[in-house]
Design a protein around this ligand. Structure first.
Ligand SMILES: CC(C)(COP(=O)(O)OP(=O)(O)OC[C@H]1O[C@@H](n2cnc3c(N)ncnc32)[C@H](O)[C@@H]1OP(=O)(O)O)[C@@H](O)C(=O)NCCC(=O)NCCS
Length: 179
């Protein structure tokens, strides 16, 4: 399904706000997008300057009108964007969605990604009536595997050459959360 107008809304959790990214967030987003730890398992390279991050935010904002969508993860108390969480892909029906996420290293190991992903899955299943939320993860990305399992995703096995990263197509675990 290609969303004609974005059906996505701001999502509030106890410590976070998941909302549309803005150009005012460029400095915060640069902080984690310039850190090699954020893109170790991704198909993109660390940002070298604020201009790259600005272009990235422009792309994120445009992306919202297609079959994907990215929320900025704002830390309520610090009033700072500490990560992003996205629908990276949708099937034609809009009932099967693939998600992805990145959190600033300074905020790892505090349960923020768990909090954001739990609430996003809840929103997708209960409000957008999605049937299946899935994620593809490289087996060596243990933090991401742990996160998905903590939220209740099931590991359905290994997809051979199932995702594209910087080194080419790689084997990935496929995780799902179904209605
Ligand atoms: C994947 C990623 C978001 C996971 O971040 P994280 O900090 O491990 O996840 P959380 O924010 O949910 O924190 C969970 C950790 O905090 C701890 N924690 C502390 N308080 C917690 C709470 N209230 N609730 C849940 N966990 C809590 C957990 O025990 C857990 O620790 P552990 O990882 O040592 O077991 C992060 O590693 C990342 O951004 N990586 C780079 C991007 C990436 O690889 N994305 C995924 C591509 S598939």
């Amino acid at each position: 399904m290609f969303f004609k107008t974005s059906p996505h809304r701001t999502i509030f959790t106890e410590r976070l706000i998941l909302r549309a990214p803005s150009f005012l967030d460029v400095k915060d987003i640069f902080e984690f997008c310039s850190d090699p730890a954020s893109s170790k398992y991704a198909d993109w390279y660390p940002h070298k300057n604020l201009g790259e991050t600005r272009a990235f935010v422009t792309w994120l904002k445009r992306k919202g009108s297609y079959n994907s969508y990215t929320w900025a993860i704002e830390h309520r108390e610090d009033k700072k964007v500490i990560g992003t969480i996205s629908i990276v892909e949708s099937d034609y029906s809009g009932k099967i969605l693939t998600v992805g996420y990145t959190l600033s290293k300074a905020y790892w190991h505090n349960g923020y990604a768990t909090e954001a992903l739990k609430e996003l899955v809840n929103y997708l299943l209960k409000e957008l009536f999605v049937q299946r939320v899935q994620a593809k993860v490289m087996p060596e990305n243990e933090a991401s595997c742990r996160l998905l399992e903590r939220v209740g995703f099931k590991n359905e096995g290994l997809l051979k050459k199932g995702a594209f990263c910087r080194t080419g197509c790689v084997d990935v675990y496929i995780y799902s959360f179904t209605r």
